[in-house]
Ligand binder design. Sequence first.
Ligand code: NAP
Length: 251
Amino acid sequence: MTDMFNLSGKVAIVTGARTGIGQGIAEGLAEAGADIVGAGHAAMPETEAYIKGLGRKFVYYDIDLGKQDKIQALVDDTVKTFGRLDILVNNAGIIRRQDVLDFTEENWDDVINMNLKSLFFLSQACARYMKANGGGKIINIASMLSFQGGIRVVSYTASKSGVMGVTKLMANELASSNIQVNAIAPGYIATNNTDALIKDPKRSAEILGRIPANRWGKPEDLKGAAVFLASRASDYVTGHVLAVDGGWLAR
Ligand code: NAP
């Protein structure tokens, strides 16, 4: 049974694997046997050391995902280095906090560009390769704000709602090519992304009070969902958004 989750011999691109959720997921996929390309705009020594310590391969790929100019090269170079590409995890993402009536065009464009535009074009580039090579798995990192409105983060909410739509559309069009496209919607996870919330005693207490599990999530909490969606165990699961939220959405 555990063999269904085995990722030995598989190659995964994980964006934003230096810290937080991306680091947790990259490490989880490597624990299940995958080799990892960590794509981001700063070296990832901690992630690299952990994955190499497991005896898996890790390559850091320098790319600014606020732009789309190196996306095709990331896919081509991954295939050149490893000879294959099986899994994409679109994790890299940013957030800008500002009242809706003051929200600037820059804070809109930066977030949409990275969280939605790069996510789509990287998925497209990987899917073209996967279709020609028998299939693959695409996992997008969505959010509670794929389902809810949130406060002071309008471009982030727009991007994550968009991620849910793109996930479903790509799942529909690519299912017949044996490419499964799913998303993970993390609840409130303690990372750089949520640092401002954690440091705000009022918001932090409000959030904690609504989480049935009675604790903030940790990046490691995402490992199981990521391995499931990257593995053979999920071959008939596509277009799904899996909440890993300590019960937040059920409340
Ligand atoms: P994080 O630690 O800040 O991770 C974001 C990652 O994206 C970092 O590795 C960061 O690299 C990378 N990144 C930022 N700008 C980039 C750029 N221009 N080019 C390439 N990479 C870039 O925060 P996180 O919470 O783990 O966020 C990961 C994902 O989870 C995001 O999509 C976020 O929206 C989503 N999410 C988080 C939560 C939560 O509660 N934390 C909840 C729902 C969804 P550097 O560190 O090197 O800048």
